[in-house]
Design a protein around this ligand. Structure first.
Ligand code: ADP
Ligand code: MG
Length: 271
């Protein structure tokens, strides 16, 4: 994409925002983070009950999640480990409204998400959840700053506020001198740090991170994880982080293991 096309694309996004064609969300308009209300500080923001997920494979039913019970307190950082194929991504995707369970309940910030329509789920994902994946999914034709500001701008935040918030978050990620770089001009660790900033820009209650350091070398893994934990603390976010890295997991307040479709660990076996 050349510079003219890029500007054209940005101008179209701008026009759509002005015309109100993009979903305006009051929650997303708040430039400042929601401080955790002391009244709810020690109560669960995520409450999962008897969560079951099966996949049908030919004549066989694969039992992936066999009755998970899980609670996370507001502002808490939780790590989940487990062998490849144990269902960690499936679990995270169900909590994030990207996948459906077969039975059980998932209540997030007081809303039972299992019964939500597709359009309500889409709003839920947009407003309540910040996702970070193993792959950064940055838009290659946009700078780091634009990649971070766009989700906020597209959900109704004023351009000036969205840019300011994006700059602030990129500063938290120690990327002040990289805001004008395109993804191809950033290292793997830097791209993931942009992805962390992007996950926070709409001020979601919960950050779901699925092996966010899985593609990085140990030094960059440690740095990305540390910046993610620190930003979650600073902005009062609840963090659920899937990782194979014991050092990274040990930085969380609670560490669970997913095995044979059940969660173990934390303050003892909880399923
Ligand atoms: P993890 O993230 O722990 O590696 P996943 O949640 O990705 O595990 O997958 C758990 C299991 O579910 C795996 O055995 C995988 O093959 C299976 N699985 C995941 N998605 C599907 C699907 N769409 N259809 C059938 N099986 C699936
Ligand atoms: Mg996975």
């Amino acid at each position: 994409m050349n510079e003219n096309d890029r500007h054209g694309l940005l101008a179209r996004v701008e026009q759509m925002a002005k015309a109100g064609n993009l979903t305006a969300s009051k929650a997303a308009c708040k430039a400042a983070c929601k401080a955790i209300d002391p009244a709810i500080r020690n109560s669960p923001v995520i409450r999962v009950r008897d969560l079951v997920k099966n996949y049908i494979s030919g004549a066989e039913t694969l039992q992936i999640l066999r009755g998970i019970n899980f609670e996370v307190t507001w502002g808490c950082a939780v790590a989940i480990s487990g062998q490849s194929g144990s269902g960690k991504s499936t679990f995270l995707n169900i909590m994030g409204g990207l996948d459906h369970s077969d039975s059980g309940s998932v209540e997030v910030a007081g809303t039972e998400i299992s019964g939500l329509s597709e359009s309500s789920l889409s709003l839920y994902r947009q407003r309540q959840i910040g996702f970070i994946f193993q792959f950064h999914y940055l838009l290659k034709d946009f700078t780091a700053l634009e990649n971070v500001m766009l989700p906020a701008y597209m959900t109704g935040m004023r351009k000036k506020d969205a840019l300011e918030k994006a700059r602030l978050l990129l500063g938290d990620m120690k990327l002040n001198d990289r805001v004008g770089h395109f993804p191809s001009q950033l290292s793997g660790g830097e791209r993931q740090r942009v992805a962390v900033a992007r996950a926070m820009v709409n001020d979601p209650d919960i950050i779901l991170a699925d092996e966010p350091t899985g593609n990085l070398d140990p030094r960059n893994s440690g740095m990305v994880a540390e910046l993610l934990y620190a930003a979650a603390e600073k902005w009062g976010k609840t963090l659920v982080l899937v990782t194979h890295d014991e050092a990274i997991a040990s930085r969380a307040q609670i560490h669970y293991y997913l095995e044979d479709g059940l969660l173990y660990g934390g303050e003892g076996t909880i399923s």
